[in-house]
Unconditional design. Sequence first.
Lengths: 277, 433
Amino acid sequence: MSAKPKIAFFDFTSCEGCQLTVIDALQTHLGLLDLVEIVQFREAMSEKGQDYQIAFIEGSCTRKSDEARLLAIREQASAVVALGACAHLGGVNSMKNRWPIENVQAYVYGQNGKDAYESYPARPISAVIKVDAVIPGCPIDRHEFLRVVQMMLQGRTPRLPDYPLCVECKLRENACLNTLGIPCLGPITRAGCEAICPSYGDGCEGCRGWHPEANFEYMREILRGHGLSDHEIDARFTMFNHYQMEQMSGHAPLSEAVAPVTDTSLPTSSFAAPKED
Amino acid sequence: MPENIKVNVHHVTRVEGHGNIVVDVRDGTLEKCELQIVETPRFFEAMLRGRPYHQASHITSRICGICAIGHATASLRATERALQVQLSEQTQLLRRLAFHGEILDSHILHVYMLVAPDFLGVGSVIPLATSHPDIVKRALHMKKFSGDLCQTIVGRHTHPIAMTVGGFTHFPTVQELVELRERAEALIADVDATVELFGTLPWPAFERETEFVALVQPDDYGFIDGKIGSSDGYELELDEYRQVTNERLAPHSTAKHAAFNRDSYMVGALARYNLKHQHLSPRAKAAAAHLGLSAPCYRPYLNSAAQVVEIVHCIDDVIQVLDTLIERGVEREDPAPVTLSPHARGVGACDVPRGILFHEYQIGEDGLIEEANCIIPTGQNLANIDRDMRALVPTILTEPEEQITLKLEMLVRAYDPCISCSTHFLNVEFTGK
């Protein structure tokens, strides 16, 4: 066999929890290091090799300067893998997209903040570059990561499950949370995490994105049955998927609660913003 | 002495997040010396506006993959204090276990995988696996325990699932706790070996007097709740946190800077050690002595040693809490009820691996968050790191540039900066040549 494939990890706007999950996966699967050579992984090592073939990218694109970096990675890599919900969907970062960017900048950094810190609406990396494979989730599931790497090393195309999370939840013999009065987005969410949140008593929040046949209206009916307002329902639909809901706004309009804010005045609260010198 | 030195470490490695170190010496004068934070801003506080209160802990745990349980805990405490929630003893014990799991996981990762390679002369933990396999195996073994502890209590370390406002959505069985108890006991040999190993490392002697800030409690080395204590003799209620943090913008950083009684202060393991070492477990006290720590300690490089001391303390405390839970049993409890009222404010604080973390929310009668603020430990440390670098650089100017760079990187790394939290971090940049 020829030289080991070289892989690299990159991070954009994210918590770096998916890369930590990769480090955790290596703890129990050190053999992976025999199959690939990691040439860049800033969080874990000082070396910075530029001759990688597979690039794993964590995080969303949230500023103009991210685009050039993404394009450069795409140029070098023969395969790009989106690692986790931020890269795959825009994730929690896209919750800020409902306000004009000047509004969120002023809220966090004060009236001068908008000039100090570059930012624009958060997007998945697929909005900027072609993505060859996705490992969904917030964070990723370490077993799925290992499976995807294995398939890519065998030259196969990893595919995501195209059925709802409920299938895996049933296989684990969990009692259905929706029937117990606990709101759960399992019926519209793509499977693949083995229903980890429902297995710990908490409803699915949709971090893996929607499955292809997701029926939002029926989901909304179920959630209304729990006594949730449309505002609360939309807050659930948009926790990880604000960008997706924006993209499909014609099909599944959002209530006022999470709909775009058109008011362009800046917030005057000093709750979060620092003192101005 | 060289007249001109430029250090430019672009994206310091082996830290969480993105930062650059920039040093500029011209004609023998230190013109510029700073840690630049180049992480992309995240805007979590702005995003929380209009969200139902029960989402806050799951949203804010996503601020940081390493301190996910810490953010979730501070968030829950802020919400619970705003909504007048009284926690059961069982909830407090389970939260304490999950929290220790995170402190252990983070400290083990930091001292073994991020700090140790500097002393053992390698670029990362990966070559260490070949050159010092026993050390790496021990670190992984300890880390596996802390991860499994988190998994048993809250589902996973990044991002915790079962912690919710007022309690938990999942409960471990006593059998699971008994197994963890056995494993924790068996881990003590690894913990002792850790103290031995770090006792042999040549910590740089650099020291600079500064103010230390940590959460304090009357008779406990506790990490959750308490008052804000300062080594300058002040003690404040959590609600007064703004007097401590005094956030302001620094042009070279996407993270906000903080200052209390002086122009900077330090938070984290060394601050906690200095303020409450008397409450450490007996074995942790012995470890501190072995590592050359004695309060007050003004040597920032020894923050990593203080983390080793906390590894010892947390394992001891995990065993004690497990004993209590095993004896009293674990019951399925519904979360404690909330009381909604107009514009209710609450501050939550906990001492996460890197220092005090504050969350503050204002929640409306409709249960929606109206205002939010999060103040992160690394943000509080940034001003202190800048001042340490400014004091250190003139003392090492005659050394080769690689040595200067390494010492600056090691200094920054000692603070265990978590830049995706404070927004991201580290590169050293030498400019001026």
